[in-house]
Design a protein around this ligand. Structure first.
Ligand code: ADP
Length: 465
């Protein structure tokens, strides 16, 4: 339901938007298929390539498919998509009362477009619960094979059994324990897992975690049953879009070998955030959805200690009001030392990554995480919990591992995080070591190259089946 450059709530949008470019480099042609939200109308109407009705129960809903300049196909269905917000509530991902209707419109449109020849595909790649129905429709139609990617197992697309009719599928055939049913309700995530030809998730670490009861969100049994049909493929980042050497959003550009401009970025960030301009103070911060998952309350819990330790802190984020209140309170208690930049601001996020010394990401779970990768590329040393994709991307730095890129906390607890931040601050106080770790982080290969190859292998695998 989200994909850069058309819409974005979190990292999935970046991934879905940048994977096609990486696949293109391998000679794989792909077409993005995503809703036509109002923020796109202003920029681009595209060419209408098809129009048809999607029937839900007895009612037709007119859908127009619009192909835009970069080849993406957008689904224009005003009742479903002509409104602001992707999910309306980024915390649950399922905020709109008619969420299921919107998901069904998108996926029936894809199904009909493929079935009636408006679009052609050898393989269909679906992303997260909002597209978990499409593998079922394709199986039902004898359509192309599908790959289904779990970006975040916590958002499962659970709806009451009474809403099953919206899917247009036969209850007897599909609403069973081995299909949609999840404790009496219907789960779009489970549908995707059960009907796709191959399931991937966004890091090997997360793939290993979600088959355990502790991290499986109730679906660990279904995931274990997939066996080798569950594969972890680490996300990459768009290193063209995210390049501090050319980034026009920054006060000054810089790179791992021409670092001078970075100081200007740090100064500009302090000024923007209203923090005291003192380069000897380590500047810590986060760019994040403010949710329980991201553990920002843990940063809140160690804040008094962090302030005594002489650090500054800036948070760019939006979400849970209680956690935001905590940081708002802190800006009053420690003026010039703590700043809250509340809201969602893409350009500002680049400026924060480029200005921070230390990037904090104490996630309670993290399927992959892109923020820590952007932070590394922009020279902010990550301090993260040892979860999912964080442990796959942040190699720890210490005297035995001088090629490390960050610091890992064993647990998402205040005590563990405080220990990790303390170690990072100690390293910050040793300029030679600090330069080294920062350079390691900036030079780490975070590109799509290896992962795009892994997706190509996944597509070949389902084609052979
Ligand atoms: P998730 O997808 O769980 O939110 P990721 O780390 O994978 O976490 O991706 C988060 C993405 O959203 C990153 O691109 C990050 O820069 C961006 N982001 C999060 N909060 C904000 C914000 N307030 N303003 C701008 N960008 C943000």
């Amino acid at each position: 339901m989200e994909c850069v450059p058309f819409s974005k709530v979190g990292g999935m949008a970046d991934v879905v938007g940048s994977l096609p470019g990486a696949l293109d480099g391998l000679g794989i042609e792909s077409t993005l298929f995503t809703p036509y939200y109002p923020q796109i109308h202003r920029k681009e109407a595209g060419n209408e390539i098809a129009s048809f009705d999607v029937w839900i129960a007895e009612k037709p809903h007119k859908v127009r498919l619009r192909r835009v300049a970069d080849g993406a196909v957008l689904v224009d269905q005003p009742t479903a998509f002509d409104r602001p917000g992707v999910y309306d509530d980024p915390r649950s991902g399922e905020g709109f009362k008619d969420s299921l209707f919107r998901c069904v419109i998108l996926q029936q449109a894809a199904r009909i477009a493929l079935r009636d020849g408006h679009l052609a595909a050898d393989v269909v790649h679906c992303h997260d619960n909002h597209t978990g129905l499409l593998p079922v429709y394709l199986k039902d139609d004898g359509g192309p094979p599908s790959v289904y990617t779990i970006h975040n197992l916590a958002y499962q697309g659970i709806y009451g059994r009474g809403e099953f009719w919206v899917t247009g599928l036969h209850t007897d055939r599909f609403f069973g324990h081995s299909a949609f049913e999840f404790y009496g309700d219907l789960s779009l995530m489970k549908a995707g897992l059960s009907f796709a030809d191959l399931v991937t998730t966004v890091s090997p670490g997360y793939a290993a975690e979600i088959v355990t009861p502790a991290h499986g969100h109730g679906l660990d049994g279904v995931l274990r049953n997939l066996g080798d049909r569950l594969v972890g493929i680490l996300n990459g980042i768009d290193t063209g879009l995210w390049d501090p050497a050319t980034d026009r959003a920054l006060a000054a550009t810089f790179s791992a070998t021409r670092i001078a401009g970075r100081r200007q970025c740090t100064r500009a960030l302090r000024e923007r955030a209203g923090l005291k301009d003192d380069p000897s103070l380590p500047l810590c911060g986060m760019v994040s959805r403010v949710t329980h998952q991201k553990g920002l309350d843990i940063v809140g819990a160690i804040l008094p200690w962090l302030m005594r330790r002489g650090a500054q802190l800036v948070l760019l984020g939006t979400g849970d009001p209680a956690i935001l209140d905590l940081f708002r309170g802190a800006t009053g208690r420690w003026p010039g030392q703590v700043a809250l930049l509340e809201g969602y601001d893409e350009a500002l996020s680049h400026q924060v990554y480029a200005g921070l010394d230390i990037f904090l990401m104490p996630s309670r779970f993290e399927p992959c995480g892109l923020s820590q990768m952007y932070a590394m590329r922009y020279g902010a040393v990550p301090v993260v919990t040892k979860m999912g994709g964080l442990k796959d991307t942040v190699l720890p730095f210490d005297d035995d591992h001088p090629d490390g890129v960050g610091v890992l906390a064993d647990w998402a607890t205040a005590e563990s995080m405080q220990g990790a931040v303390d170690y990072a601050l100690t390293l910050f106080g040793q300029p030679e070591k600090w330069k080294r770790i920062r350079k390691n982080a900036m030079q780490r290969d975070l590109s799509w190259a290896k992962s795009a190859r892994a997706y190509a292998d996944a597509y070949e695998r389902v084609l052979r089946r």
